[in-house]
Design a binder for this molecule. Structure first.
Ligand SMILES: Cc1cc2nc3c(=O)[nH]c(=O)nc-3n(C[C@H](O)[C@H](O)[C@H](O)COP(=O)(O)OP(=O)(O)OC[C@H]3O[C@@H](n4cnc5c(N)ncnc54)[C@H](O)[C@@H]3O)c2cc1C
Length: 503
């Protein structure tokens, strides 16, 4: 039986849950999530959430400046202003809802951390499990209010769009008709062989929106995190991808990067693209599979400040209070996505997007660390506020058939196809790109023949990322072309947008 609601939300990370809390004030909300609540990038976020809550040493103007600088010329200033200003209120609400961030005897009472490219300490954190604390708080409030119908293990597979207007979505179990639909499906980095993302991050929302005719933007900008744990050979077989992240906060607390000769080679708190490229260069020069991250903290402080990192490394045979951590970069965050305005509106009527699957231009060509949780919080809320405008309309049932297929990467054949795709993306469309590598990737991706829904979505976003990376003939932010190593403001200080209609 098809289901009906006022606002359909797809995704239960920070953006989807925050949107659900707001939307539930205005009408009947159904929330679909591919996994269980908690299977999300939000749950895995370690470092924290940035907000200028310290009015003495920090200000929203400083946060604005740092964000704009990191974005390398492509931030939408209006969106950034909203992010930093409204972010403070949204974070305070989160605290009122029960989120427990680490405290200190400072102005405002919070222990604020420093991360790369932030000029001030402004990162609220809950040890190194900040995302889990936020997801728990929002999830609890969504369920406690009892106003949102949550459908876990339900994957959205196709948007119902006719005459450029969205009427809901088809999911693996049912058709869901709605007056407004909000996509909050998270990122894409599972398309890369080495990545930090949860298994659910296969770009579904972006692919669904693109297939339905929506505009996507900034697809060439993928952020690679400089420090993911490189497993020792002994653990290689049993430790499945994704890679385990060693948070930027470790470098913020004085952790230093060393090559295999024990030499420092980069400023540890430089923007992520610079640190990632320096690591790759160093690995090539020293013919090593990793560099080292050395913590310069007392063992007790390490255990208290980074309990998850300490425990996880220990489980994998590494005592970080005694030993250096072998690290290498991995794909981590996607700046591009479904093009939206500052109210989460996409180019399709009644379709909204927020969080990592959306691109409102907040992050430009490179995201400032710890700004993405804030992005989900601020623009999840705004998308829901804006979706309420659709509620005076009537639900319309349009007929669409869709073979939902298997939905999950399960059997060996799927694993092989997925591995082939991830390898192409890692080798050819990774930290360093060139016309040659991108052309080669486009040819190989064109030959991929996949039937599984997730894999189709991964292929769709991979092609878009490769196409955009090919088209942008310069280097900017997280996009580095060895054949065009300089930033070219004269020709490329602009966003690249793509849509199926224009293709
Ligand atoms: C290891 C790690 C550490 C990080 N650390 C930080 C940090 O310290 N600070 C920071 O600001 N950012 C951090 N980030 C980035 C940040 O966590 C994400 O950008 C942010 O959480 C994205 O939120 P979201 O709500 O958009 O997506 P997610 O939290 O990923 O949620 C996406 C949701 O969509 C669901 N979904 C996906 N596809 C479908 C579908 N087809 N149908 C139904 N449901 C679907 C998923 O199941 C999930 O519930 C980190 C990311 C990772 C991976």
């Amino acid at each position: 039986m098809p289901r009906e609601c006022d606002i359909l939300i797809i995704g239960a990370g920070i953006a989807g849950l925050r949107a659900a809390l707001t939307a539930s004030k205005y009408g009947k909300v159904i929330l679909l999530t591919k996994g269980k609540i908690g299977e999300s990038a939000t749950e895995k976020a370690q470092g924290g959430i940035a907000a200028a809550i310290d009015h003495i040493r920090d200000s929203t103007d400083f946060h604005f400046e740092d964000t704009i600088k990191a974005g390398a010329g492509l931030c939408n200033k209006e969106a950034v202003r909203i992010l930093v200003d409204e972010g403070v209120d949204r974070v305070k609400e989160l605290i009122e809802m029960g989120a427990q961030f680490d405290r200190a005897e400072t102005e405002g009472g919070f222990a604020l951390a420093l991360e790369g490219a932030h000029k001030q300490r402004r990162i609220l954190h809950a040890g190194d499990a900040t995302g889990a604390e936020i997801e728990k708080t929002l999830g609890y409030n969504v369920i406690k209010e009892g106003l949102v119908e949550v459908h876990p293990l339900t994957m959205g597979v196709k948007l119902l769009v006719k005459d450029n207007r969205c009427f809901g979505a088809i999911a693996t179990d049912e058709t869901y008709y709605s007056k407004a639909t909000i996509l909050a499906t998270g990122g894409v980095c599972q398309i890369y062989l080495y990545n930090t993302n949860p298994e659910v991050a296969t770009g579904d929302g972006i692919a669904m929106a693109y297939e339905a005719g929506a505009e996507v933007a900034d697809m060439e900008f993928v952020q690679f995190h400089p420090t993911t744990l490189v497993h020792s050979k002994e653990f290689e077989d049993i430790v499945a991808l994704p890679q385990f992240l060693i948070s930027e906060a470790v470098r913020g607390e004085g952790g230093i990067l060393l090559n295999n000769k024990g030499e420092r080679f980069v400023s540890e708190l430089a923007p992520r693209d610079i640190v990632s490229r320096a690591i790759v260069e160093e690995m090539e020069k020293t013919k090593s599979e990793h560099v080292f991250l050395k913590l310069e903290m007392k063992p007790e402080k390490i255990k208290k400040r980074f309990p998850v990192i300490y425990k996880t490394c220990l489980e994998r045979g590494l005592d970080i209070t005694q030993e250096m951590i072998p690290v290498a970069p991995g794909a981590h965050y996607f700046m591009g996505g479904i093009k939206t305005d500052v109210n989460g509106k996409t180019s399709i009527e009644n379709l909204f997007a927020a969080g990592e699957c959306a691109s409102a231009g907040v992050h430009g060509a490179n995201r400032l660390a710890s700004n993405s949780l804030l992005d989900g919080l601020v623009f999840g809320h705004r998308a829901a506020e804006s979706a309420k405008e659709c509620l005076s309309q009537k639900i319309q049932k349009i007929k669409e058939d869709f073979d939902a297929g298997t939905g999950k990467l399960g059997n060996k054949e799927l694993m092989r196809s997925s591995l082939a795709l991830k390898t192409i993306m890692w080798k050819n469309v990774g930290i360093v790109r060139s016309a040659e590598s991108l052309n080669d990737a486009l040819e190989k991706l064109e030959k991929q023949n996949v039937t599984d829904i997730e894999l189709k979505n991964m292929l769709c976003v991979s092609k878009l990322i490769t196409r955009a990376a090919f088209d942008r003939m310069e280097s900017r932010g997280a996009h580095f072309r060895s054949d065009y190593p300089k930033t070219d403001d004269t020709n490329w200080n602009k966003h690249l947008t793509y849509s199926k209609m224009a293709a």
